[in-house]
Design a protein around this ligand. Structure first.
Ligand code: ZN
Length: 159
């Protein structure tokens, strides 16, 4: 197992599951193993009822964000698509409360880490210094993490 040397990003994801699917680490681990990973790709999973389940150890490199796994921790909110399979911000208040409690603890352990959403690590293709909506490779986690952290309601945004 390769160890993380320095955590630079705390990356919020969604599981891309409909709200009716009440899954946690065990189910996601099984899905990720089927994709050839040796364990669940995330370090934390926040279930629909707000319970936080531990995935990989924080010291072990995850499998959740292309190009940044060696220097980040992945936190997955279960939900994020609707019954038709379209991106949707459908997380429960309990999940946001859990995320609001977890992030400061991780930030305290990794003071230099920036908190953001998966899509915020898409390539800045026009090199203007910011990753804009038209540059997102995916919608994950379907809300603006930095805006929400600043105290605003979770904004549903997709490409
Ligand atoms: Zn993601």
């Amino acid at each position: 197992m390769t160890k993380i040397k320095n955590v630079k990003h705390l990356v919020v994801h969604c599981a891309a599951t409909p709200p009716s699917r009440d899954i946690g680490v065990a189910e996601i681990r099984a899905m990720h193993k089927q994709r050839g990973f040796n364990d669940v790709g995330y370090h934390y999973v926040i279930r629909r009822d707000g319970r936080i389940e531990k995935g990989r150890a924080d010291t072990v490199i995850g499998a959740h964000v292309s190009g940044f796994n060696a220097t980040s921790l992945g936190i997955c909110m279960v939900g994020g698509i609707n019954a038709k399979g379209w991106s949707e911000q459908n997380f429960t208040p309990a999940q946001f409360e859990a995320l609001r409690g977890l992030l400061p603890k991780l930030k305290a352990a990794h003071p230099d880490a920036e908190i953001l959403g998966h899509r915020d690590l898409s390539p800045d293709t026009n090199r203007d210094g910011k990753v804009s909506r038209n540059e997102w490779l995916k919608d994950c986690p379907c809300f603006d993490v930095r805006d929400w952290l600043a105290g605003n309601p979770p904004q549903f945004q997709v490409r």
